[in-house]
Write a protein that binds this ligand. Structure first.
Ligand code: FNR
Length: 413
């Protein structure tokens, strides 16, 4: 894997070109004269360590600077015009929080029981593939951060490190995310291997079928002048051709990450061979949530894959209420997409999420600082969550209720 330092000469030109891409415009594209820092006479000192980072979005430009173009583009990309990525985060601002003043908030408790386990925080690390593209320590750095912060880790099928080593570094059972592929023997092989190494859940991702138009990634690859073939033999980025999760499995007939006929029957088949908990990731409607529960899912994950697969323009947080309503408390409802602040976590919990996952923030933290970067991402989000809980008068997660949110009055209903 290439070292980011080797590409510093091309980085400046690349960064300028990236600012034309919607998903990459967020911080670096802001007009300097209008940023809050412009009110100060002195420029802020350079960020030298993860401890200097103030908020999650500050990691994004650091990751951009640390990575070669195509690898940063892989994190940033959405589908088509990246508008769903943008909306995933912006939609949180449509919810305002109603703060109460007369509650005892001496003690703030962020503990939650999830599938029979006690978590210190309702925040987990969602699946992010190919982490060696972001840092030499890759998934091991993330697993060590998960260990020091007692955080649940979901490992991608496309991980660049063998799951057994990741679980060992994590020191606790991880969740194995599953891209089933269109060959059943491969699907079964991944599940059996994960159960053998001791994962506590299989997370079947159901939102990734066929091709997707990751235009921002494609543009980033166009301006990346490295020899991609050195790391991607045959110019294939298909994870089943290189991922450790597929080692020892016959992938010669695999053509896609999921069968096109991923019907109820397919869910039944996966359920039948899954002896641990089965979570279904990528649910965005109440109807599908009801199907997942009826087929025996132990939990559903509201997610549009961080806006990377299809440009629906529907923010993930806007999908949460109908899923919670359809599930009717029978299984936990997890959530991911656009979480960048503790207040975002708070709002998702208020709308009924049991716990929330982060994708890009952990990749940014990893790219910028390795393990300490991922730890800082978790620390910042947890600190901000505790802060908003105290301010709003909610001493425990169970006191965070739907009534504490209102839709912003300045926007049309
Ligand atoms: C992902 N995501 C993802 N999801 C999944 O089920 N399997 C996977 O292998 C991956 N890989 C992956 C790579 C990268 C670079 C990103 C950014 C995301 C999606 C991820 O688990 C999560 O659903 C979203 O990232 C959540 O949105 P945010 O937090 O990125 O806004």
């Amino acid at each position: 894997m290439h070292n980011g330092r080797r590409w510093s000469r091309t980085r400046r030109a690349f960064m300028a070109s990236l600012l034309t891409l919607p998903a990459l415009r967020s911080r670096a594209g802001a007009d300097e004269s209008t940023t809050p820092s412009s009110v100060f006479r002195r420029a802020a000192p350079p960020i030298a360590s993860a401890n200097d980072v103030l908020s999650i979005m500050d990691f994004e430009p650091l990751a951009r600077a640390a990575l070669p173009p195509a690898h940063f583009g892989y994190i940033a990309t959405g589908a088509d015009d990246d508008q769903t990525v943008v909306r995933n985060h912006e939609a949180f601002s449509q919810y305002e929080i109603r703060a109460h003043r007369f509650n005892d908030v001496n003690r703030i408790d962020t503990m939650r029981t999830v599938l029979g386990k006690t978590w210190n925080s309702p925040i987990y690390l969602s699946a992010v593939s190919a982490m060696r593209a972001f840092h030499a320590d890759a998934e091991l750095a993330v697993a060590r951060a998960a260990h020091t912060r007692s955080t649940q880790l979901m490992l991608s099928t496309g991980a660049s490190t063998a799951a057994e080593s990741v679980q060992e570094a994590c020191g606790a059972p991880i969740w194995q995310q599953l891209y089933p592929t269109d060959v059943w023997a491969v699907t079964e092989g991944i599940i059996r291997r994960a159960q053998n190494y001791g994962c506590s859940a299989i997370v079947l991702t159901v939102d990734s079928r066929g091709t997707r138009n990751n235009e921002t990634l494609k543009r980033a690859m166009q301006v990346d002048n490295r020899r991609c073939l050195d790391c991607h033999p045959g110019n294939s980025h298909d994870m089943w051709r290189r991922g450790p999760a597929f080692a020892g499995l016959d992938v010669s007939r695999v053509t896609t990450l999921a069968p096109f006929d991923q019907t109820v029957r397919f869910l039944d088949r996966v359920r039948a061979v899954t002896k641990v908990r089965l979570l279904i990731k990528g649910i965005v409607t109440g109807e599908d949530a009801a199907v997942a529960v009826a087929q025996g899912a132990d939990g559903v994950i509201v997610s549009n894959h961080g806006g990377r697969n299809e440009e629906t323009l529907r923010a993930s947080i806007d999908c949460l209420p109908e899923v919670v309503a359809a599930v009717r408390g029978r299984v936990p409802v997890f959530f991911d997409g656009g979480i960048r602040r503790g207040t975002d976590v708070f709002k998702a919990l208020a709308l009924g999420a049991t716990a929330v996952g982060v994708g890009r923030p952990q990749a940014w933290g990893l790219a910028a600082f390795g393990q300490p970067g991922v730890e800082a991402v978790l620390d910042i989000l947890n600190r901000e969550l505790t802060t908003v809980m105290r301010q709003v008068g909610t001493p425990s997660l169970t006191t965070i209720k739907r009534e504490l949110l209102v839709r912003a009055a300045r926007l049309p209903a």
